[in-house]
Design a protein around this ligand. Structure first.
Ligand SMILES: NC(=O)c1ccc[n+]([C@@H]2O[C@H](COP(=O)([O-])OP(=O)(O)OC[C@H]3O[C@@H](n4cnc5c(N)ncnc54)[C@H](OP(=O)(O)O)[C@@H]3O)[C@@H](O)[C@H]2O)c1
Length: 283
């Protein structure tokens, strides 16, 4: 049986839908059973639990052979996911952990995100790590502002990043968890090509049928805007670290893991934009 943690989130929901449709025996550890029921996945066994509460994790692990481990990027992520990993290490059968990690994950990685993921990757259990670059879906967090103002601002300068569609991340997770042969492997996941945010704006303008502009801003201006919108300083700083990496060229590399593992090419940004065009049209 497969346990999915994070099944109510962006990637985890897609993983659950796909595993449930393929009729694999699946359990999902969720904080909120009402939110889980709204997913309308009758074949998934939902159990209430919280990664912050170690006692709530052990029952969810009974009879589990594989775990999909996802939780929000937060200051607590390493502690929360380590609670799950430690409980899994105590469980009978030593389940394999398929962890949604991040680019460059390592205890001495180049960013806070990479280091937090790297701390969890050191689990001692059988594992597979998936390390995607930036999700295309991140742009949806700015879609309200784009609808209103026709512009979005990032401290990316002219950086090109091989952004990946979260649907492809989920498709890889599903294959990797149900198939043999992925134990001990770490896959860097990317979209098909590195694109700049100028190109992103051009593609969005075409699908939304209105001009949409990318405003490159300094890291200081980005921080000022996000903090005045209520974002906590630690998160703004982590984002600024990531964009500094992108400006230095760290997001440009592409890999062929999505195609090799799913037998499908990764979705382009144009496909993502077409499928989400409604989110960017004027209010
Ligand atoms: N966005 C990117 O560009 C990007 C790139 C590479 C890697 N990543 C990594 O992807 C991960 C986030 O994936 P996502 O965007 O799919 O996540 P998400 O949409 O933020 O959803 C997070 C999921 O984790 C669950 N969760 C959070 N805290 C929990 C707790 N204490 N106990 C149990 N469940 C908990 C949430 O449940 P609730 O529904 O109850 O909140 C939700 O199901 C992060 O580790 C991030 O670093 C992201």
């Amino acid at each position: 049986m497969i346990l999915v943690v994070g099944g109510t989130g962006t990637v985890g929901r897609l993983v659950l839908e796909s595993i449930a449709a393929a009729d694999f025996e699946t359990r999902a550890l969720v904080r909120d059973l009402d939110k889980a029921r709204a997913l309308k996945l009758a074949t998934v066994q939902f159990v209430q639990g919280d990664l912050a509460d170690a006692a709530s994790i052990a029952p969810a692990l009974e009879g589990i052979e594989k775990i999909v481990l996802i939780s929000s990027f937060s200051q607590e992520m390493a502690r929360l996911q380590t609670n799950l990993v430690e409980a899994a290490a105590r469980a009978s059968g030593r389940p394999r952990i398929v962890k949604l990690s991040g680019a460059g994950a390592a205890p001495d990685g180049p960013t806070t995100m990479a280091r937090w993921h790297g701390a969890i990757e050191d689990s001692g259990l059988p594992w597979t790590f998936l390390r995607p670059v930036y999700f295309m879906q991140n742009l949806l967090m700015m879609s309200g502002g784009i609808r209103k103002s026709g512009a979005f601002a990032l401290p990316a300068a002219g950086a090109a990043v091989a952004q990946i569609d979260a649907r492809d991340v989920a498709a890889v997770i599903v294959r990797v968890v149900v198939e043999a042969g992925h134990e001990g492997k770490a896959y860097d996941l990317t979209g098909p090509d590195a694109i700049t945010w100028v190109e992103v704006a051009e593609i969005l303008s075409a699908v939304a049928d209105r001009p949409i502009r990318y405003d490159p801003v300094t890291p200081e201006e980005f921080k000022r805007r996000l903090e005045s919108a209520g974002m906590p300083a630690w998160l703004v700083d982590a984002l600024n670290e990531m964009f500094a990496q992108f400006r230095a060229g760290a997001g440009m590399r592409t890999t062929d893991h999505v195609r090799r593992i799913t037998n499908q090419p990764p979705r382009s940004f144009a496909v993502f934009a077409r499928d989400h065009a409604h989110a960017f049209r004027a209010d």
